[in-house]
Design a protein around this ligand. Structure first.
Ligand code: G3H
Ligand code: 13P
Ligand code: ZN
Length: 349
């Protein structure tokens, strides 16, 4: 018997794509190993091919698991279908580069609605973040629980957030920072069923994480030194949730050499300050098992492009400036993996 669908039914026919068919993994086993092993998984945002190539080359060369993060802004910029095929391509590319068993997660960064999370899950993402941190507590719980209930049917893992990060980015903005309240975390995790929890302990998004007034000045270098992260809050959360995967957003270090290169070649980044790497190294050894880095990659890309433009003004082949940008990002990713997060040599090959 021939089944006929109306035009309306065809338009609404949901095609579910399982991340497992794309060769991706969720975060569950990855995080359990990272918490046990005292290291953190890199979560790098990507919006374009050069960033993705650099991330995969770095992960393969260092034998590191990796989380590819797509923000709502990235989805709008690059198109969600294209991004999903790029992630699938990334798995094949990693194999071609010699990694027999790549561990790659495709993660929605800062999902702000159930509908967005559902759409990503249906499109092949293996992990989603539902960021209800700006909502009243009970609404955050209800929204996060709804996403978890949907995601877990497909073995997709979910990151929730408690506490508010300061900082301003295109799509992610919060004027003030409020540290996560340790007394809320057990209730939140139990009621929602989340697989990991993003917390606020003083990190923030973007390249201007602290005002000059919040910093002291290093007398030797003249550089701004930011206040330390609230490790006491992290420790209190770890005591409440022993072994539970914790996530740090806003963890770029804002390398001063990249800022200097940008400023020396026509840029104008004033008083950009990030999180010192020794603090991130300390966090990575704790229950923090996912560290989000986006701004540092933007800086590395922009620095290399500005330098090429300044040194070779007659060049107009994009490969001639995007190539050095890709090399510079790859160097940065390798540095983060090996010298900050410690996620190198963790793949079975
Ligand atoms: O946390 C935010 C990420 O850096 C993504 O930024 O919204 O500008 O893509 P975006
Ligand atoms: P940075 O702006 O510090 O790179 O943080 C990125 C981030 O948290 C993405 O979710
Ligand atoms: Zn973030």
């Amino acid at each position: 018997m021939q089944v006929r669908f109306s035009k309306f039914e065809i338009q609404n026919l949901q095609i579910m794509i399982s991340y497992k068919e794309l060769g991706l993994v969720n975060t569950r086993a990855m995080f359990a190993k990272a918490v046990d092993g005292g290291y953190a998984i890199p979560a790098f945002n990507f919006n374009n091919m050069e960033q993705l190539q650099a991330i995969i080359m770095a992960a393969v060369e260092t034998k590191s698991p990796v989380i590819l993060q797509v923000s709502k802004g990235a989805r709008n910029y690059a198109n969600q279908t294209l991004l999903r095929y790029m992630a699938q391509g990334a798995v094949e590319y990693a194999k071609e580069l010699g990694c027999a068993h790549p561990e790659i997660v495709l993660h929605l960064d800062h999902g702000d609605s159930f509908e967005l999370c559902k759409s990503c899950i249906d499109m092949g993402f293996s992990s989603v973040m539902i960021d209800g941190s700006a909502l009243p507590y009970d609404e955050n719980v209800a929204l996060t629980k709804k996403v978890v209930e949907y995601a877990h049917q497909y073995d997709v893992t979910v990151e929730g957030e408690l506490g508010v990060l300061a900082g301003v980015e295109d799509e992610v903005a919060a004027e003030e920072s409020h540290y996560t309240k340790p007394e809320e975390v057990i209730d939140f995790v139990t009621k929602t069923g989340v697989d990991s929890l993003a917390i606020s302990i003083g990190t923030s998004h973007g390249a201007y994480k602290f005002t000059p007034e919040q910093c002291t000045v290093d007398p030797q270098t003249g550089r701004l030194v930011p206040p330390p992260l609230a490790f006491d809050v992290l420790e209190a959360i770890e005591k409440k949730l022993p072994g539970f995967p914790i996530v740090l957003h806003g963890s770029s270090s804002v390398p001063q050499e990249e800022v200097d290169t940008i400023n020396a070649n026509g840029g104008c980044l004033k008083a950009a300050v990030g999180i010192p790497e020794e603090q991130l190294r300390k966090a990575a050894k704790s229950a923090v098992c996912k560290i989000n880095i986006d701004s540092d990659s933007r800086l590395a890309m922009t620095a290399a492009i500005r330098k090429t433009f300044a040194e070779k003004p007659a060049e107009f082949d994009p490969r001639k400036y995007l190539g050095p940008a890709r090399d510079n990002m790859k160097k940065l990713y390798i540095h983060k993996i090996v010298n900050v997060l410690g996620s190198n040599d963790k793949l079975i090959n």
